[in-house]
Design a protein around this ligand. Structure first.
Ligand code: NAD
Length: 356
């Protein structure tokens, strides 16, 4: 099994190092090869997604990704900015289905900003379409407004668009995921305002006819945002487009106490995937040894489950993470009174020890 290791920028290298240590103690033979991506790719080869890095990602059975981005690259032209690497990988590898489970470990109920009774026992799955929507739609740009109340002024514009095939395939992924859980799916859109939203709703409704065992409901994105903080446990699986999913999944992350706890998987049609924590490169804490590596370690567990067909090893990692939380070990982002504050490496050490 070949795993491409792409640590990236900021805290990326620190947290990926801990996940690699965890993979190394499982007793499996993985071929792991590391390559620069994001700002690190730009520094090494003048591009955030160097050719050799893309080739490695294509050749691998799975990709373990840290995070990319740093404010120091904000002045670069858009095509050279670190974040373009992740968009390029998603697009080139056809990674259209993003899985973000938001699970609240009972030990962390107090770390959530919501009341424990609202979030304890939370176990929801957000499925976000990743390769379409306004993030990829054309035309886009800055121009002189051709019409409207501000005609003649400079304006920025983007295009929200979704092809029927794109909606159908993510809907199938979502219904199939719901079948393996509590069989409830909420499709999130903005059908009351956007043409794309009504089209999304119509296609998801049509696909539903193939999954009568799943209960489907539709929700506008503004209401979904509200319900996620009001009564998040009412959800089972949510499916939504690229932009709404981006925002809702970060909100869901906070339900779990910290974005440092939230893993993610981005899969193609054959379950090859890129696995990464849901958070960014956290430049504010990079190099301090205090980042939470658990989201990345849990992402490695998802990789074993979805792409490498090693569900028992994935379960072992999940259990090891639960065990270190039960021991009271906490990085700064989830630390509260009565628990033991540890750094990135010590948290990795504890997971490795629990696995051994
Ligand atoms: P961020 O997720 O990097 O950080 C938000 C806040 O959460 C920060 O206070 C940070 O310290 C904290 N945080 C994040 N991960 C943590 C962890 N593992 N442990 C403890 N605390 C953690 O988001 P941001 O600050 O908006 O963005 C920083 C950079 O990351 C930007 O350049 C952005 O474009 C990039 N980014 C990259 C990805 C990606 O690589 N997939 C995703 C989101 C943002």
């Amino acid at each position: 099994m070949k795993i491409a290791i792409l640590p990236g920028d900021g805290i990326g290298p620190e947290i990926v190092a801990e996940a690699v240590r965890v993979l190394n103690v499982l007793g499996e033979q993985f071929e792991m090869e590391t390559a620069p991506v994001g700002g690190a790719g730009y520094e090494a080869h003048g591009h955030p997604l160097p050719d050799a890095t893309l080739q490695l990602a294509k050749d691998a059975d799975a990709i373990l990704f840290g995070a990319v981005g740093d404010w120091k690259y904000d002045k670069l032209e858009r095509a050279l900015r670190p974040e373009q690497a992740i968009l390029g990988l998603r697009k080139t590898l056809g990674l259209f289905a993003n899985f973000r489970p938001a699970i609240l470990y009972p030990e962390l109920a107090g770390a959530s900003t919501l009341k424990p009774e609202v979030v304890s026992g939370l176990d929801i799955l957000i499925i976000r379409e990743l390769t379409g929507d306004i993030y990829f739609g054309h035309p886009r740009g800055v121009r002189t407004a051709p019409d409207g109340a501000f005609k003649g002024e400079r304006e920025g514009f983007d295009t929200m668009r979704y092809a029927e095939t794109e909606i159908r395939r993510i809907a199938h992924v979502a219904f199939q995921a719901a079948l393996k859980r509590d069989k409830r799916l909420t499709s999130v859109d903005k059908a009351n305002v956007l043409e794309t939203g009504q089209f999304w709703r119509d296609i998801v409704t049509d696909v539903h006819r193939e999954y009568p065992a799943v209960a489907l409901d539709h929700m506008y994105v503004d209401n979904a945002a509200m319900q996620l903080v009001r009564a998040p446990k009412k959800f089972d699986v949510l499916v939504t487009g690229n932009m709404f999913g981006d925002i809702l999944s970060d909100a869901a992350a906070m339900l779990t106490g910290s974005i440092g706890m939230l893993p993610s998987a981005s899969l193609d049609a054959n379950n090859k995937g890129l696995y990464e924590p849901s958070h960014g490169s956290a430049p504010d804490i990079a190099g301090k040894g205090i980042a939470n590596p658990l989201a990345t370690i849990l992402s490695a567990a998802m990789m074993l489950r979805f792409s490498l067909n090693m569900p028992e090893q994935a379960d072992r990692i999940d259990a090891a993470v639960k065990s270190v939380l039960a021991q009271g070990l906490r990085t700064a982002d989830i630390h509260e009174a009565g628990t033991t504050l540890v750094g990135t490496q010590a948290m990795g050490d504890a997971v490795v020890k629990a696995l051994n």
